[in-house]
Design a protein around this ligand. Structure first.
Ligand SMILES: [Zn+2]
Length: 235
């Protein structure tokens, strides 16, 4: 038997057409953007970990709750990881400018609530500065109050290696970890970081990660994000 045709909208922006986005905007003005980093994650962590974690959660959030998910902003503040091959970073000014352009593009189409689901602690200060830049744009505009309100929200999704192991079990890497729990402390530039943390880890023990733990964490995170997003969208 042929499966019945269902007119279900894809919940990812890059898999949607413009008429589908127009249809979505008629019922919601809120969108979720995963935001992360492409950076070293120690000898057995994937470079995409900080972008993949929020993306994995966001996709499920989209499917379970009919929330539109934008493309992942997958390069962030990673200068201190630049002594490790594969890391890509943006200057704070570049990241702020890009986030402003993303937000203004979405606002131009009628989006009024942008929920940024962040996967990298190093991004927080710059994301907050970008929000300020976005609001400056609105406040400086003389038409001011005649504009629909544009609001941004930041929710951090902290590094949970088990989450990526859950989604890409074929890509689990193993490495001899010595010491098993990495040292912690302050750091400055990329050379300083590598000198203090030779295998890339700070205070973490990735051997505690597992597929089961990752699945549980994703399920919990999806529930929490859906509830928070709905509140934000209605605010
Ligand atoms: Zn990170």
């Amino acid at each position: 038997m042929i499966a019945p045709f269902t007119a279900r909208l894809p919940m990812q922006l890059h898999l949607s057409t413009w008429p589908e986005v127009e249809t979505y905007l008629a019922r919601s003005k809120a969108i979720l953007i995963p935001i992360g980093s492409t950076e070293q994650h120690g000898p057995n962590g994937l470079l995409g970990t900080d972008a993949l974690c929020p993306e994995i959660i966001a996709r499920r959030v989209g499917d379970e709750a009919g929330i539109l998910v934008g493309p992942t902003f997958n390069v962030g503040q990673a200068q201190h990881h630049m002594s490790f091959p594969g890391t890509i970073t943006l200057r704070p000014s570049t990241m702020i400018a890009s986030m402003v352009d993303w937000a203004q593009s979405l606002a131009r189409h009628g989006f009024e609530r942008i929920y940024w689901l962040n996967g990298h602690g190093g991004n927080i200060a710059t994301i907050t500065a970008a929000f300020s830049e976005i609001y400056h744009g609105v406040s400086f505009d003389r038409s001011g109050a005649n504009h629909p309100p544009l609001r941004c929200s930041l929710r951090n999704w902290w590094e949970v290696p088990g989450v990526t192991q859950y989604l890409f079990p074929d890509h689990i890497k193993s490495a001899e970890l010595d010491p098993s729990i990495a040292p912690s402390g302050r750091f400055y530039d990329a050379v300083d970081y590598r000198r203090r943390f030779p295998d890339g880890r700070i205070g973490s023990d990735p051997s505690q990660a597992s597929i089961e733990a990752g699945e549980k964490i994703v399920t919990m995170a999806v529930k929490g994000v859906i509830a928070e997003f709905k509140q934000f969208a209605a605010s």
